[in-house]
Design a binder for this molecule. Structure first.
Ligand code: MG
Ligand code: MG
Ligand code: MG
Length: 325
């Protein structure tokens, strides 16, 4: 059985477990939330009316902006599952990134675009993992393959997630398929992708209305790298105005969070979308070790990574290789 905050507030209590929950990773980003909503919608169109989209935590500002823009309802928050609960995972496949209890649930499907992190299941399941820029690219393909066209709102949120995950097509994770699918979705949503994507990042990337803790947690993922538990978060900004003012307090907050989470290292990518560069703030007992993973030196607690936009392609593999050696 699953109890979500939303339902508890509404007094609906425990949700029936014959439902199938579609849920992305913890610290949900736009791709993980929008792929869950869109996949549930596709299943509904296919006659499966028991599929419920959820988010594995509070939405970030960007995702709220996207759902509000297209008038799409905020999904329920799924904090934990008991089980045998039927679950579809989107935008992740590692239990460490999944809602609590996912390893005890019955996984019926995985739709993702990340490396396979080593999951075990008791039953066979549908798995679709492709090396494209966003999970929503795959979900949009599923609509086509099943003979359905997403409505304007669903097309809009699918497009937004592609623009978010590929950093408006600039990330090295972006593929030709992402661009083709985005153009098709933009035509349905009635927006120009580049301009809309810039507007989305501008609306949600201001430093002024973010606390240190929200920046640390809004897109934080935990990884096992060799013997270490390592966290890597990412904050995307349109320019670094005001960043120096928060650097010291933010770094202290990252260190406190690392200790609380018992991580060997906790790194936060400060990614400037305007200049295509990342500053990686590193906390941990030997932060220079993280710098070595990139063949770099640590300067003022950070590693300078020009040209780096993608955690998945340009940060995690380098660190994993270094710490696994
Ligand atoms: Mg994601
Ligand atoms: Mg994604
Ligand atoms: Mg992301």
């Amino acid at each position: 059985m699953v109890i979500s905050k939303f339902r508890k507030k509404k007094g609906l209590g425990v949700i029936m477990s014959d439902k199938i929950y579609v849920v992305g990773h913890k610290s949900p980003d736009t791709d993980s939330v929008c792929s869950a909503i869109a996949l549930a919608k596709l299943k509904e169109l296919m006659g499966e009316t028991n599929v419920v989209p959820c988010s594995a935590g509070k939405l970030n500002k960007e995702t709220e902006y996207v759902l509000n823009f297209y008038g799409v309802a905020i999904p329920e928050v799924l904090e934990s599952v008991e089980a045998k609960q039927k679950l579809i995972l989107v935008d992740h496949n590692e239990y460490g990134q999944a809602v609590a209890g996912a390893d005890q649930a019955t996984l019926v499907q995985i739709v993702d675009h990340h490396k396979v992190g080593g999951f075990q299941t008791a039953e066979p399941l549908y798995v679709r993992i492709e090396p494209v820029g966003s999970t929503c690219t795959i979900v949009a393909q599923c609509f086509k393959e099943k003979g359905f066209t997403p409505d304007k709102a669903i097309a809009g949120i699918l497009l937004a997630a592609i623009l978010s995950d590929t950093v408006i097509f600039k990330s090295p994770t972006c593929t030709e398929l992402d661009k083709t699918v985005a153009a098709e979705l933009a035509a349905i949503a009635g927006v120009e992708p580049m301009a809309w994507g810039i507007g989305m990042f501008q609306a949600s990337s201001s430093l002024a209305d973010r606390s240190n803790q929200s920046m640390i947690e809004e897109d934080l993922k935990a990884f096992t790298m060799g013997p270490h538990k390592v966290g890597v978060g990412q904050v995307s900004l349109m320019g670094l105005a005001g960043f120096e003012d928060v650097r010291a307090s933010l770094t202290a907050a990252i260190e406190a969070h690392r200790v609380a989470q018992e991580m060997r290292y906790l790194c936060l990518m400060i990614t400037d979308i305007l200049t295509d560069a990342t500053e990686l703030i590193v906390t941990g007992d030997n932060p220079e070790e993280v710098a070595k993973a990139f063949g770099k030196e640590l300067v003022k607690g950070s590693v300078d990574l020009p040209g780096v936009l993608s955690r998945k392609k340009q940060v995690v593999p380098q660190m994993t290789t270094y710490f696994s050696a």
